[in-house]
Design a protein around this ligand. Structure first.
Ligand SMILES: [Cu+2]
Length: 799
């Protein structure tokens, strides 16, 4: 037993690029009879790196980014010492590994986080085989590089498939920006990242594609613009580099264990040497299936067999889902064969159905065609269903009858559902006549793509517009496929033995791009307690995505079946993509007594509320953990503001907000064409109801020069009207009132028309109209006409 273990220990040392201070010891005996104890030491520290030509701060493990590959064999006993050399608490979570609840590494759920200058030793039996990974579950450390691969060999032999070579590759996204600055930028509703990536919507962009119909339909329904990803990255990495090499000879087959360790990036994978054979998903073996392109979601893993067809190096390219850039894995050596360039997404395609009910709906969910009452009635419960289907009223419910009756069975009517079970938008709903252009432009590599932020500093009039790109394709179509779940078939039956009670939990995935708040069932983590389940039950989560984004949902401590039309052979996963405006159903047997996290694995979504504690009835966390549990529900406040300083007026606001509350101080002062400067300051406290609707109360101060003339209490509401017109109306304590309308229209990605009109029972009409041009993230140039103060020009500054 000692010799193979020693060989593995040497392999570990030579393979890890990040060996650094890695200490690996192998003991002859472990706490479990017959098991080997495999020991690792992981040193977590801050370090300077340089990926883009500018120095930036990373968090590394044993001096590497990613950290070392941790290798085990099924049946081993793992002992992992994590030393925290940071100035803040840290943690490591073993993603996809079945561990006792106290070893799962989620602060406040599993344990109190690892304090600075201390060491925590994780210990658990290895009960499984396959490809997994580990990452920090503290703050935003994952975005800074705190992740690595885990590879577990099966107990007996080398598993079901043969490969000449085997490699683990961690894909990730890198930004030079401090992740907290990224989070803040998202919270203030900035469109800057979309502009940087060339995915900002504009009137002219839509017109160029002949898609003004879709553009205005979306605006009428108040649908947020389709946004493939939230953040603009500087680089995409494969094992910590934009290019990584893998050794293989012509004719050989390599097993590449792909792990998406990104904070927010899905990747399309494509291989220059032919189709890839998927043999395992999330560490669990599936029947081999050949695919040309695969969309891998954040936190998922796929084992791919790729063959080196002839002499040369063949590119396995991972293109960021938003099309902004890619990372390359070169397999073999010699002359380079490039993988084709992925067509960029067509972001103007309206996904909704334009009807009167959508246009005049009172809630965002209603505008999306997925109102609460339809969700409660089970209308969206079928796996693979997209929102378009409920317009085909012919088959509203047949999936449901089969569910909740027999554990482990697919919905009884699945055969009927199959026709509709594609996960993309219904082709009949696609209004434009644009065929996806051919993606086969092999052999040509666009080196400018290497930089993730392709357009950041270019000022060409259409440079920041996706529609100026020549190759656009439909999301979910052949050229830009969604996750391949329908094709995944487990190698063994995953059906439950039967007889267990079934608990069905319906979860809507909701969010608001503008305020950057993300919810399950319209509530953030901070407003909830837990999802209660009971030992021995079959728990079924019906996840209904009412947003325009993909959400990779991850359940800790369990594997779940993804109901994908494969019956008893439904694949087992730990993370599942829930595509925009569609339903995904998963189920698992509750046999891992404990407290577990369930959350969206997009880092900034998780930190903005899209998470829940899953609690087994009767489980009691240990005292140290129970004492800090309340911190799980704590919410930060974000501060931001905007000041417009023009030659004739100044206007602006500063605000501090959490998920539901916004405290705001706004001002306006004008001095042109009037004898004395007129000013007004308004303090409000707003309560956020949903992305359409909020209510507020506060005080309004008015004066001229240094004299305050009036103070009134105000209360009112703001509401978003169709066509994305913001309406704000209030009553005051002097029996007066005001109604104001605001509308912004993006003519070009950086250039917008700004309009404001208001009616006041005392001052009567006031209006402004102008143009604003975004110079960079924080500054815009403005020219504006004001009904009281005439023409003016100046700057708008965001902070
Ligand atoms: Cu999400």
């Amino acid at each position: 037993m000692f010799l193979p273990a020693l060989i593995r220990s040497i392999m570990q040392h030579t393979e890890s690029a990040a060996a650094g201070a890695l200490i690996l010891m192998v003991a002859m005996t472990g706490p479990v009879a017959g098991a080997e104890s495999i020991e690792y030491s992981l040193m977590i520290a801050e370090q300077e790196v340089n990926y883009s030509g500018r120095p930036a701060r990373a968090v590394t493990i044993n001096g590497g980014l990613p950290g070392p590959v941790l290798r085990f064999r099924e049946g081993d006993w793992a002992r992992i010492h994590v030393h925290n050399r940071l100035s803040v608490p840290t943690s490591i979570h073993w993603h996809g590994i079945l561990v006792p609840p106290g070893m799962d590494g989620v602060p406040y759920i599993s344990f109190p986080p690892i304090a600075p200058a201390t060491t925590f030793t994780y210990e658990f039996p290895i009960r499984q085989a396959g490809t997994y990974w580990y990452h920090s579950h503290s703050g935003l450390q994952e975005q800074r590089g705190l992740y690595g691969a885990i590879v577990i060999e099966p107990r007996h032999g080398h598993g079901r498939v043969h490969a000449d070579r085997e490699y683990a590759v961690v894909l990730s996204d890198w930004t030079d920006e401090d992740p907290h600055a990224v989070q803040r930028e998202l919270k203030r509703g900035s469109e800057w990242y979309a502009i940087e990536k060339g995915s900002a919507h504009s009137l002219l962009g839509a017109a160029r594609l002949g898609m003004l119909g879709d553009y205005f339909a979306g605006m009428l329904m108040r649908m947020p613009p389709m946004d493939i990803s939230d953040v603009a990255y500087d680089r995409f990495l494969a094992n910590g580099r934009t290019e990584t090499m893998i050794d293989a000879k012509p004719g050989e087959t390599a097993r590449v264990r792909i792990i998406d360790g990104s904070a927010t990036t899905y990747f399309h994978l494509e291989y220059a040497g032919g189709p890839m054979t998927v043999v395992s998903a999330d560490g669990q073996d599936v029947e081999p299936v050949e695919l040309k392109r695969i969309l891998i979601g954040v936190a998922e893993t796929y084992d791919l067999l790729v063959r080196v067809p002839a002499a040369g190096a063949y590119e396995l390219r991972a293109t960021a889902h938003d099309g902004s850039s890619f990372a390359s894995i070169w397999i073999g050596s010699g002359e380079r064969h490039h993988a084709p360039t992925m067509p960029r997404p067509n972001i103007y395609r309206a996904m909704g159905h334009l009807g009167l009910a959508q246009i005049f709906s009172l809630t965002p969910a209603g505008a999306m065609g997925m109102p609460d009452r339809a969700v409660e009635a089970g209308k969206f419960d079928r796996p693979g269903m997209t929102m378009h289907m409920h317009h085909e009223e012919a088959t509203p419910m047949h999936g449901r009858q089969g569910m909740g009756r027999e554990a482990g069975k697919e919905p009884a009517a699945h055969g009927e559902v199959d026709d509709h079970s594609h996960r993309g938008p219904d082709p009949t709903m696609q209004m434009g006549a644009h065929e996806p252009p051919s993606a086969d432009r092999a052999g040509r590599i666009d080196e400018s793509l290497r930089n993730g932020r392709r357009f950041g500093m270019r000022f060409g009039i259409l440079a920041n517009d996706a529609s100026s790109s020549d190759s656009l394709a439909e999301e979910g179509g052949e050229a830009r496929p969604w996750a391949p779940y329908e094709k995944l078939r487990s190698v063994h039956s995953t059906a439950f033995s039967g007889g267990n009670p079934v608990r069905e939990i319906r979860l809507t995935l909701d969010g608001d791009m503008e305020r950057y708040v993300w919810f399950l069932n319209n509530r953030p983590l901070s407003e909830t307690d837990h999802i209660l389940i009971r030992q021995g039950e079959i728990v079924r989560f019906i996840m209904i995505n009412r947003t325009m984004m993909h959400h990779p949902m991850h359940l800790h401590g369990h594997f779940f079946r993804v109901l994908n039309g494969q019956g008893d052979r439904a694949p087992l996963k730990h993370t599942v993509d829930v595509a925009p405006m569609s339903t995904t159903v998963i189920e698992f047997e509750a046999d891992e007594f404990g407290d577990w996290f369930f959350h969206c694995h997009l880092l900034y979504h998780m930190h903005s509320g899209m998470a829940r504690l899953v609690h087994y009835e009767g489980y009691v966390p240990d005292a140290a953990n129970a004492a800090v549990r309340h911190k799980l529900y704590e919410e930060p406040w974000y501060f931001h503001g905007l000041a417009e300083v023009l030659s004739n007026v100044t206007e602006g606001a500063v605000m501090i907000s959490d998920t539901r509350n916004i405290f705001r101080v706004g001002w306006e002062a004008g001095w042109q064409r009037v004898e004395e400067t007129e000013w007004e300051t308004i303090f409000t406290w707003s309560r956020y109801i949903n992305s359409f609707f909020s209510v507020f109360a506060g005080a309004d101060f008015e004066g001229t020069e240094g004299t305050m003339e009036k103070v009134r209490g105000i209360f009112g509401l703001s509401y978003r009207l169709p066509l994305d017109v913001e309406c704000r109306a209030w009553m005051d304590t002097d029996a007066g009132g005001r109604v104001a309308l605001d509308k912004n229209l993006e003519l070009l990605p950086r250039l917008r028309l700004i309009g404001h009109v208001e009616y006041d029972t005392r001052h009567y009409w006031e209006g402004r109209i102008g143009l604003s041009y975004m110079i960079d993230k924080n500054v815009s140039f403005i020219v504006q006409w004001h009904s009281d103060y005439d023409w003016g020009g100046g700057l708008s500054i965001r902070f």
